[in-house]
Design a binder for this molecule. Structure first.
Ligand SMILES: Cc1cc2nc3c(=O)[nH]c(=O)nc-3n(C[C@H](O)[C@H](O)[C@H](O)COP(=O)(O)O)c2cc1C
Ligand SMILES: O=C(O)C(=O)c1ccccc1
Length: 420
């Protein structure tokens, strides 16, 4: 095995992950161990993760995670968009080692171009929920984005993530609740979250037939599993007491309803409000849910550090455009002015390669790691992350692509299938 190309990547700042193992080592160890030793908790086939996890979940959890908005058209388009592009493998490309998978975002170099997407209420899928996924991400050298809608408190997620890199995703309360927003941001900062991802596409949940068929809202379960991040907030707690005259614990249902209404306020903020976040967050700000060139240009204008080209996995606007479809235009318009992250539809290593070739600097992994969590807790999340990275690494290596940097992984390595 050639020496690792990225073994000596250095990371600045707090929370830099330990040098991770090279993804291909995962494959090597599996072949070497064969069937004699411990096997991964479930299949390596990325397309089997969803059906396998579905079998393990309750109908409610299944509908919630697999479900999309409306007819599911945008969810399907997200996947179809990847199939329109194909990789052009090159031959007799001599290299000194395996490809360098590192990427630079937010002024820092990271060993791998993936991070864990913010996904709410993970205790639905495994009792360890966010603790398990945050621990796996840290172990595998992948940044973890914690959702405001987590079923674990900010401080407990930070603890599980240890010296990993962690970023906080904000579901942004409306401006009359600025004190709650400030409290969430200061707790996140205090707990070592170094960047702020602000989700713009979900000020109210989309039209979700599966959840409505099941009468299911993960926040409003009788066991109150979905609300830990809010119930642990001192400002939310005192606001609730002022308003209702009781402690949260004395009226859990009202408190859960109140928390849902706080982080999904029903109306959108405006571009002017971004200045408020800049004032109260000392660190990079990334706006998540961008799908148009016009909005991407506005993000440059208001002076944020990055965007996530995302349609929330097709869960918000049914009939909306595919996220990958919009990526190249958005990159052309703003790619040299801020960092472009990408999600919605990544399911395998080749998908990461295609999104990066179209200009993304880092991809957020969404549903696949939740399937890993449902199938195998922390080990399951780790298996998914390592599998995606190993698959990505060998895809680049065997296509003669020397690194994940734009110098090597760019549009020249892709061709449109419909133009052949
Ligand atoms: C069950 C579930 C819960 C999610 N919760 C959040 C959330 O709390 N905050 C957020 O910004 N995005 C959330 N998302 C969206 C993801 O961050 C990401 O954009 C999406 O999963 C990408 O699509 P994909 O999983 O189909 O690749 C959620 C997605 C799913 C599937
Ligand atoms: O389902 C989602 O997409 C989402 O963002 C969410 C997260 C937590 C609770 C409810 C919805």
């Amino acid at each position: 095995m050639p020496p690792t190309a990225n073994g000596n990547v250095t990371l600045r700042g707090r929370g830099a992950p330990k040098p991770p193992i090279h993804p291909v080592e995962y494959e090597k160890s599996i072949y070497q161990k064969g069937l004699q030793y411990e096997r991964p908790p479930f299949s390596f086939h990325p397309e089997q993760w969803e059906p396998a996890a579905e079998q393990r979940m309750s109908a409610d959890a299944r509908g919630y995670v697999v479900g999309n908005a409306g007819t599911g058209e945008t969810g399907r388009k997200n996947r179809e968009a990847f199939k329109k592009w194909s990789i052009l493998p090159k031959r007799l490309v001599t290299t000194k080692g395996l490809p360098d998978l590192s990427t630079k975002v937010l002024g820092q170099r990271f060993p791998f171009p993936i991070c864990v997407a913010p996904v709410g209420v993970q205790c639905i899928f495994n009792p360890d929920g966010e603790r398990a996924s945050a621990a796996a991400a840290a172990r595998d050298g992948v940044p973890y984005i914690m959702s405001t809608a987590s079923s674990t408190s900010i401080e407990d997620v930070a603890k599980a993530n240890g010296d990993g890199v962690r970023w906080f995703q904000l579901y942004w309360p409306s401006r009359e609740n600025d004190d709650i927003t400030i409290s969430l941001l200061s707790r996140a900062k205090e707990a070592g979250f170094s960047a702020l991802f602000v989700t713009l596409d979900t000020y109210i949940l989309g039209w979700r037939p599966s959840d409505m068929d099941n009468g299911y809202n993960p926040f409003l379960r009788s066991d109150n599993i979905g609300v830990a991040a809010g119930f642990s907030d001192p400002v939310f707690r005192s606001r609730f007491k002022e308003k209702h005259g009781t402690e949260i614990e004395d009226d859990l249902h009202s408190a859960a309803t109140e928390w849902t209404g706080t982080i999904f306020p029903g109306l959108s903020h405006g571009w002017d409000d971004i200045q408020f976040l800049k004032k109260h967050w000392d660190g990079p700000i990334i706006l998540k849910g961008i799908q148009t060139v016009e909005d991407a240009k506005m993000c440059v204008e208001v002076g944020v550090d990055g965007i996530v080209v995302s349609n929330h996995g097709g869960r918000q606007v049914d009939g909306g455009v595919s996220s990958l479809g919009m990526l190249p235009r958005i990159v052309d318009a703003v790619g040299d002015k801020l960092d472009v992250f990408f999600d919605s539809g990544i399911r395998a290593g080749a998908d990461i390669a295609k999104a990066m070739a179209l200009g993304a600097k880092m991809c957020l992994i969404g549903r696949p790691y939740i399937y890993g969590l449902a199938l195998g807790g922390e080990g399951g999340v780790s298996h998914v992350l390592k599998s995606l990275l190993g698959d990505f690494e060998l895809t680049l290596h065997l296509a003669g692509i020397e690194s994940a940097s734009p110098e090597h992984l760019n549009r020249d390595v892709l061709i449109r299938e419909d133009q052949l």
